[in-house]
Each structure stands twice: as structure tokens, then as C-alpha cells.
Design a binder for this molecule. Structure first.
Ligand SMILES: Cc1ncc(COP(=O)(O)OP(=O)(O)O)c(N)n1
Ligand SMILES: Cc1nc(C(=O)O)sc1CCOP(=O)(O)O
Ligand SMILES: [Mg+2]
Length: 351
């Protein structure tokens, strides 16, 4: 009799875990658009089926008694009321780990190797949930950006004044790029910069320095080819951060995609006065980059020599976000310069 009850519990939790994994896989595939994360959910589902397949299938089915299940029809408040796909994913992940725990305990008496395999799957499920949440949340926030302004200066007052004026002009995201400031001063400026951006509704990104970004409470960090790798930066974050990565050619792009940043910058699109020595990658690289990124869920921003006069060329190539430095920060009115670019983008995207 006990044996039957155990198999009944195993059957119910196997179905629960499989169904939860399907929800997680669909979220990764259709909401996050990331093949590698959806592939991991699929792999977990296959491994779970293989582990349970080692038990006697006849006993599992014989144990099933849905009509006699006293739990059928019992609903707790909010069950099945998910406002977003992300909430459905999180609820699925919770159901999955609970079901795997119940499975591992019940299978123990029948087969120790199967119980051990299920325990391994439970730990993989925790890691998958973490990787999905840390990737998808920041990407979703960054995807709302259209105009990303890079404030390049080592003068604290100038940085803060430019950040306010650009945010007032409609910049959705602002980067603090101070290449020659001592750490103590950089941290103090970063704290004020983050406050200004938050008050005016813009995302705050710190260039190069994950430590300063995390300590100042910024929304993200931008990393170049010579900066800390994306994987290492993620390990140092204190809360989910937007992590950007520069790319200038196909091989940098492939490596960047492997590390799953929140966005990659594609550039330089045109000749840039801010980095006069860098080789122009051109609009063909940007077009190719956009195609390649489409199946990864990684967001993008085009960069390099962008002005209100050439932005339409990029929009025609499919660009949805642009990063601009000199055309805004060197303009007589940075706020007006932001508005001009935003208006061009709005005009194109609505037409
Ligand atoms: C949005 C964005 N894209 C590219 C860069 C350049 O980063 P990197 O190559 O590390 O060069 P520096 O800006 O650090 O000199 C960026 N900062 N922002
Ligand atoms: C800082 C930077 N990085 C680039 C890259 O392609 O990695 S282009 C660039 C300069 C962007 O400034 P502007 O809008 O003045 O051209
Ligand atoms: Mg850098």
C-alpha cells in the first residue's frame, strides 16, 4: 500500500516538474529569445524524463488516481494569476524545484542513483533560474532605451550638468565616461550622477568600472575589449545590472554573444571625433550585427559619429537604439540636441 502511495507522489511530481520546465522553456524561447537558455531548459526536461524512465513505468501509471486526488480543485489565492511572462517563469521555477525536491525524497527508497540524478537536476534548475533572471531583467530595461548619451569628461561639475541637461532633453540612458579621474572622486561623482539620472528617469551606466557602478548603485556598466570580462563583472554585481560590451567586428561579436551581456554596442558606424584613431566598422557591420543578435535576445546600441543628420540611415538598417557623444555634449544646447535626435527617431518609428 505504501509502495503505491510513493509511486503516486512520484508520478504527480514528475508531471508537475515536466510542466514547469515547459513553461520555463517557452519563456526563454519566446519572451527572452535566447536559444542557449531555452536549450538548457529543454535539456533539463530530457534529463528528468531519462532519470524517471529508469523507474518502473507500470507502477507510476498504476499509482495515478487523479479523480481520487483530494488536492484537485484546491486553489490558493493568486494561483494561475500571472501578470507577466516573467512572473509565470518565476512561478514555474519555484514549482520545479519543489517538485524535484519531493521527487528526490520519494525516489530515495526505490533507487539511490535516480534520487542522486534528480538532486543534481534540482541544483541545475536553481542556476538556470538565476541565469535567466539576471539576463532577462536587465535586457528588458535596456530595450526601452532609444537615445543613449555618453558624457565624456573628467570635470565633476561638467559631468553632472551635462547629465541633467541630456536627461531633461529626453536621453533615456546616460553613460559616465571619465577616463582620467582618481577613484575616490570618480565614486563621489558616480553617486551624484546616479541620483540625477534616477530623478530624471534615465538609466545610469558607468564606463569601464564594475566596482564603481555597483558601489554607486548605477543601473549598469559598459565594458570594452580591454576591460573586465562580462562573466567576471556579473559575479561582482550586487543586484542585477545592465552589462554592455563593445564590439567592432564579427569575431568580437561572436565572443560577446557567448558571454551574454545585456547589450552589445556595434560600431563605429561613422568617423568619430571622440575616438579619432578607431577604424570605422560601417553600416554593413551594424546590419550584420543586428541579424546575428536577433536570435540571441541580447540587445544592441549603434555608436560612433551619430548625429541627427545621419541617424535615419541607421534606423533604416533596423537600429533601434543609438549612443551619441560629441553631437550632443559639444552642442550649444545638449538638451535641444537630444530632442532633435529623439524627434527624428520618433518620426521614423511612427511613420
Ligand atoms: C555604448 C558604448 N559603446 C562603446 C564604448 C567604448 O568602450 P571601450 O571600447 O571600452 O572604450 P572606452 O569608452 O572605455 O574608451 C562605450 N564607452 N560605450
Ligand atoms: C567611445 C566610443 N566607442 C566607440 C566604439 O565603437 O567602441 S565609438 C565611440 C565614440 C562615440 O562618440 P561620438 O558619438 O562622439 O562619435
Ligand atoms: Mg572601456
Amino acid at each position: 500500500m505504501m509502495d503505491r502511495a510513493v509511486y503516486r507522489i512520484i508520478d504527480a511530481n514528475f508531471n508537475r516538474a515536466r510542466e514547469a520546465l515547459r513553461v520555463m522553456e517557452e519563456y526563454c524561447r519566446f519572451a527572452v529569445n535566447n536559444g542557449s537558455l531555452s536549450g538548457r531548459a529543454k535539456q533539463l526536461r530530457h534529463e528528468l524524463c531519462a532519470a524517471i524512465g529508469q523507474l518502473e513505468q507500470g507502477k507510476l501509471l498504476a499509482g495515478r488516481d487523479t479523480l481520487g486526488d483530494v488536492g484537485v480543485g484546491q486553489r490558493v489565492e493568486n494561483q494561475l494569476e500571472r501578470a507577466t511572462a516573467a512572473e509565470a517563469f518565476t512561478a514555474g521555477a519555484r514549482r520545479l524545484t519543489e517538485a524535484l525536491r519531493a521527487l528526490a525524497e520519494m525516489v530515495q527508497a526505490e533507487s539511490k542513483p535516480v534520487a542522486a540524478a534528480i538532486e543534481r537536476l534540482r541544483y541545475q534548475a536553481y542556476t538556470l533560474e538565476k541565469d535567466v533572471v539576471l539576463f532577462a531583467g536587465p535586457v528588458e530595461r535596456f530595450n526601452r532605451v532609444q537615445l543613449y548619451v555618453i558624457v565624456t569628461s573628467d570635470l565633476p561639475a561638467e559631468i553632472l550638468s551635462l547629465a541633467s541637461r541630456c536627461a531633461a532633453g529626453g536621453a533615456d540612458c546616460i553613460q559616465l565616461r571619465a577616463k582620467g579621474m582618481p577613484d575616490e572622486r570618480l565614486f563621489a561623482v558616480a553617486v551624484e550622477f546616479v541620483d540625477i539620472c534616477r530623478d530624471l528617469g534615465a538609466l545610469s551606466i558607468v564606463n569601464d568600472r564594475i566596482d564603481i557602478a555597483a558601489a554607486a548603485g548605477a543601473d549598469g556598466v559598459h565594458l570594452g575589449q580591454d576591460d573586465l570580462p562580462v562573466e567576471q563583472a556579473r559575479r561582482l554585481q550586487l543586484s542585477p545590472l545592465i552589462v554592455g560590451k563593445s564590439t567592432h567586428n564579427d569575431s568580437e561579436l561572436e565572443r560577446a554573444i557567448g558571454a551574454m551581456p545585456s547589450y552589445v554596442s556595434l560600431g563605429p558606424a561613422f568617423t568619430t571625433v571622440t575616438k579619432p584613431k578607431i577604424e570605422v566598422a560601417g553600416t554593413d557591420y551594424i546590419r550584420h550585427g543586428l541579424q546575428r543578435l536577433a536570435e540571441t535576445g541580447v540587445s544592441h546600441v549603434a555608436i560612433g559619429g551619430i548625429t541627427h543628420e545621419n541617424v535615419e540611415l541607421l534606423l533604416r538598417a533596423g537600429v533601434q537604439r543609438v549612443a551619441v557623444c560629441a553631437a550632443v555634449t559639444e552642442a550649444p544646447s545638449p538638451a535641444d540636441a537630444c530632442r532633435r535626435i529623439k524627434d527624428k527617431m520618433a518620426e521614423f518609428l511612427s511613420g
